[in-house]
Design a protein around this ligand. Structure first.
Ligand code: B12
Length: 133
């Protein structure tokens, strides 16, 4: 039996911009996915622990603070240490174009900037996981 899509939407670091994360979390829920929203100011360790405990197969990171080049590699490293290598990781928020290749190189599959239609995110997850729902 296929596992349901379980998504953790996380806000790493000292960043209280939560509108985008909440909009995305709601859209994914409306699309039939199980969504766990971490709330604000999560450490990389807390986020990885949530992914593990919730048995999530998708992690969506939302960041508008500018600390993505510090926090995202830490999250990816911790995930590798915990053997969470099959989890689809992607991100959104304010991330300069020039930082995107660095983030993709460490394993962040896609970056969604301001104005991204939520349907784009839903389609992306389904395509990546090869599921229609
Ligand atoms: C509203 C806002 C605030 C509000 C936040 C309210 C809230 N609860 O969210 C308040 C007033 C609190 C605020 C405070 C600050 N802000 Co402000 N804020 C904004 C503003 C104007 C809009 C952000 C927003 O809500 N957009 C609407 C949402 C829906 O869009 P979004 O978050 O981008 O999300 C979309 C995509 O990015 C993506 N997405 C986002 N997250 C995720 C996650 C996943 C998994 C996926 C797939 C997609 C995704 O999908 C969403 C839908 O399209 C932006 C400027 C801008 N144009 O972006 C500045 C901005 C983000 N803020 C900025 C700054 C500097 C600050 C302050 C530091 C200002 C200060 N000196 O106090 C503080 C920091 C507060 C803190 N501790 O974090 C800067 C950040 C600069 C940077 N990172 O380089 C910006 C870019 C303004 C600027 N041009 O300088 N801010």
């Amino acid at each position: 039996m296929q596992k349901k899509i379980r998504v953790v939407v996380a806000k790493p670091g000292l960043d209280s911009h939560d509108r985008g994360a909440k909009i995305v979390a709601r859209a994914l829920r409306d699309a039939g996915m199980e969504v766990i929203y971490t709330g604000l100011r999560q450490t990389p360790e807390q986020i990885v622990e949530t992914v593990l405990q919730e048995d999530a197969n998708v992690l969506g990171l939302s960041i508008l603070s500018g600390a993505h080049l510090t926090l995202f590699p830490r999250i990816i490293n911790l995930m590798r240490q915990r053997d969470l290598v099959d989890v689809l990781v992607f991100a959104g928020g304010i991330i300069p174009e020039e930082d995107v290749p660095t983030l993709k190189n460490i394993g962040i599959k896609e970056i969604f900037g301001p104005g991204t239609p939520t349907e784009t995110v839903v389609t992306f997850i389904r395509e990546q996981l090869g599921k229609s729902r």
